[in-house]
Each structure stands twice: as C-alpha cells, then as structure tokens.
Design a protein around this ligand. Structure first.
Ligand code: FRU
Length: 489
C-alpha cells in the first residue's frame, strides 16, 4: 500500500517540476538563488562530507515570504551550487507555524544535526511562540526529534521572551554542544543567550553573552559567535536601529568584537561596528572551511526594501558572495572567497591612466566582473572621483568618493527603480598612504564593493536592465587610476 505524500514530499515533487523550468541564464552567475519561490536568511551553513551545505529560509510556493521551509544547496567552491531537495517543511506540532532560521553541525557519529526555530501558531488565548527544534540526517533527509521543541521558554530565566526567541547557532566544543540564540529581553531588548548540551537534545541555559540595552536596535536576530585572529566575534542582525556613528537606521548587521573566557563563559565587549554598509545585506552566518578560513554569507536583501523589489524571475532573492573574514587594526574585515579567481577570464589592466573628464577604458565594461580600481591620490589635486557602473543612456549606479573627507557615497538612485525607498549609503573610505582601492564584484543584478582591501563593504542589489553594462571614470582634477578587471565566466 502506498503511503500518503507528506507535506515535504509535496514540496519535493513541486521542486522537481519547477527546476526544469528555470534556465541557468535566468540566475546570477555565482550568487545562490532559491530553486523556486522566495528565500531569506542563510541557514545551516557548514562543511559536511566533502561539500559546503547551505540551507535557506524558503517559501517554495510564491515569491513572497510565507510558511517557512528550509531550502538546500551544496557546493564545492562556494560559487557553483547544486540544488538538493527541500530539507524541512513546517509539518509537526512544534513547527506548524514555520521552520525559522538555524544552523547545522556534524555529530560525533557522522550524522548532521540541524537546529532551527519551530514557530507554534497562535491559539485562542495565546500569541505565536518560538522555541528551538532539532532534526538529524544524512545531509539529504532529516528526521525531526520527537522531543521537539528541545529548548523552550521554560529553559530561560525570567525576563526573556517566549515570542521572540529564535535563530539558534550551534557548535561543538570540548565534547559539548553550544547554542547562541536570539531573544528579546523585556528591559534590555535584543539579547544573545548561551545554552549547552551533552547530546544536542537536553539543553541548559548558561548565560547571556551580550545585549542591546536599547542602544543598538531592538530585537537582535541571527547570532553567530566564533574566535578569529585573537578576538571573539559576535555577529547579530538588529531590527529597528537608530542611525548612529557608522550605523544606518533600520535593519543592519553588527559585529561585536571582544574577548571570551571559555571557562566562565563570559564575553567582554571591546568594540562594535557595522558588518556591511550596503542597502541589501542581513542575517549573516559563518562556517569554518576545511583549510581554517572563517567564511561568512548573508542574505543579499533587506526587509525594508524587499517588498518593493521587482519580481522578474520565478525565484526571488539572492545570497551574498561568501566572504573570508579576518581582523585587521581591531576591525572585522572581509574579502571575497579566493575561489572567485577560478572564474577570472580575459583580464584587462590599465596602469596609472590619468582620469579627469568622464571616460571609459578599453575592455572595462560588463555586468560580470571582478574589478579593482586603485586611486593614486598622493600627488593629485583631485577631491572628487566618480565611478559609474551598469551604465547606459538612462541608467547608472554611482560611486562618489570625496577624497578630502574620506567618504564614499554608493548611490543607485539612477539604477532603474521607480520606488521611493533607500537608494544611497554613506561610508568611510579613507585614503591610506596616498591610495584608495575599490574592489567591485558585479554579478548581473548586484554590486558588492570592498573598500581598501575589505576594511568596509557595501552590498547592494541593483534593478538596472542587464543591457546597461557601461563603466566610466571621472575626477574633478587629473587623477592617476589603475584598473584591473577580470571578466567572470
Ligand atoms: C531574519 C528572520 C529570522 C527568522 C527568519 C524568518 O531575517 O526574521 O529572525 O528566523 O527571518 O524567516
């Protein structure tokens, strides 16, 4: 007798049918998009059995957010992704309202443990609640624990929320499992809680690692917590930030650098900075590559603007370029994963070309490009440099550098959007030893800009028609500029 199909079987059937309908040309070259439908946060990013696995918040049945599933893809180089069948569907009492964000870790027996937030729908007398669930599998099929939810509000001391309690990031250390999860404290707002477990099922509250104290946003989402170059890094994605210092208002990504006393489980904050200064970057998550690199990926979108974004494809949303993280001068810095070099073709170089009036450079154009522009500012009277990409008669994306102030403006106002949403961001871009470098990754409908070797990053989707592929350079006084442009295939 054949079994009735489960909700997950139905999604997997739907995926098989849809996968045939989308050609690779309809997707970015090296940024992950959902197989079909909607995608938000990266989940369960890990290296498992010889491949990177990346799961994602997923609503297969429409290009809008809806009941959350976990989509799944694998890759060997972080650039070319192969779709796997949907991993989790909201189909149990513990997660009937959705399988929200979470993470993955290999267990001692070689199985993969997924840990995610189960949302329990509102009932007659209560609001929707959130608790943490687990599922164990072989990297393709996962079985949810009958004990779910394994971490509930009852595990927490007083003052923490049962409604905003989500996005567990788990790791293994010294024979134990640890979890950093986001919560909203009734007084302090965003708070990251540490829990521990011997087996991944029986969890105990340890401490609060850090909290917003109403200073850096209200709810904090999607934490990550890891050592890097002698520091401990806590990543969080705050909601409802006030603009302050280098932080823009609204949804953002924040890195808190500090020291972690593993015995006492105390985290001491030393500094705080934005992770990405762009218009579309949120909910970042990291994993450790087999060669020891700490690699971060984020949702290349933003809750504020995604509602207004064009839906041109059968899928909606993209992940960012995966980035290698490192600490330099006490700041968290990023560079695109070096695997991108395997896509380089037809490299074009221009050394110290003097730029003044708006000009194009031979061979430097396109929407699939890894381009580094070096401004040799030292002996120039230039104060203002302007770079246009994705340009035609009616469109352009503008990157304006005020060299005297050490500030850069990323501006997509002329990128083709008809929506009254944020289109500009201001970010520090300081001339160092007479030089400012801008590395841009263009992949059709996105720009990722790495300033001064990744000291600051600006990520943005661009709605510009693909035919707009011009690039121009301009300066208000003669400025020597070097350009190295790798076309990407
Ligand atoms: C962040 C987030 C998470 C949540 C998920 C739901 O973008 O709001 O906190 O788990 O999205 O899709």
């Amino acid at each position: 007798m054949s079994k009735n199909p489960t909700p997950l079987d139905r999604v997997r059937d739907f995926e098989r049918e849809q996968a045939m309908k989308v050609s690779a040309d309809e997707r970015p070259l090296f940024h992950l998009t959902p197989l079909v439908g909607w995608m938000n946060d990266p989940n369960g990013f890990c290296w498992y059995k010889g491949q990177y696995h990346l799961f994602y918040q997923y609503h297969p049945f429409s290009r809008q957010w809806g009941p959350m599933h976990w989509g799944h893809a694998v890759s060997e180089n972080l650039l070319h992704w192969t779709y796997m069948p949907c991993a989790l569907a909201p189909d149990t009492a513990a997660d009937a309202g959705g399988c929200f964000s979470g993470s993955a870790v290999e267990m001692p027996d070689g199985k993969l443990l997924l840990c995610y937030t189960g949302v329990q729908p509102a009932g007659t007398f209560r609001r929707e609640t959130q608790a943490q669930c687990v599922a164990v599998g072989d990297g393709i099929d996962f079985e949810k624990s009958l004990l779910n939810p394994v971490v509930r509000h009852a595990h927490l001391p007083e003052g923490y929320s049962e409604y905003d309690f989500r996005d567990p990031k788990i790791w293994r250390e010294d024979g134990m499992y640890y979890m950093a999860a986001a919560n909203r404290h009734e007084k302090k707002q965003g708070a990251i809680l540490l829990l521990k477990s011997f087996d991944g099922l029986d969890w105990h509250f340890v401490t609060e690692l850090d909290a917003s104290d109403n200073e850096y946003g209200r709810m904090w989402e999607c934490p990550d917590f890891f050592p890097l170059d002698g520091k401990q890094v806590l990543l969080v994605s705050p909601q409802e930030m006030h603009a302050r210092e280098e932080f823009h208002a609204g949804y953002g990504t924040v890195a808190i650098l500090g020291q972690y006393d593993k015995k006492e489980h105390t985290f001491t904050r030393e500094s705080i900075q934005p992770v990405d200064h762009g218009l579309t970057f949120y909910a970042s998550q990291t994993t450790l590559a087999p060669d020891g690199r700490r690699i971060m990926i984020g949702w290349m979108d933003n809750w504020e603007t995604c509602k207004e974004a064009p839906r041109r494809h059968p899928w909606y949303a993209q992940m960012s370029m995966p980035r290698e993280l490192f600490i330099e001068n006490d700041r968290l810095c990023q560079r695109p994963v070096r695997e991108i070099e395997t896509l380089w073709q037809d490299t074009v170089r221009h050394d110290s070309v003097t730029v003044c009036e708006e000009t194009a450079l031979q061979g430097v154009q396109g929407r699939l490009l890894d381009m580094t522009v070096t401004l040799h500012v030292q002996n120039s009277a230039c104060r203002r440099f302007t770079l246009h990409v994705a340009k035609d008669e009616s469109h352009y994306i503008e990157i304006r550098c005020d060299l005297a102030r050490g500030e850069l403006v990323f501006d997509r106002s002329h990128g083709g959007s008809h929506r009254d949403i944020a289109h500009t961001r201001h970010v520090k871009a300081e001339v160092k030893n007479g030089v400012l470098t801008l590395r841009l990754l263009l992949d059709k409908e996105s720009v990722e800009l790495f300033i001064n070797g990744g000291e600051r990053v600006v990520t943005s989707l661009i709605p510009t028609p693909l035919e707009a592929d011009g690039i121009t350079f301009a300066a208000d006084a003669p400025l020597p500029v070097s350009v190295e442009a790798h076309h990407l295939k």
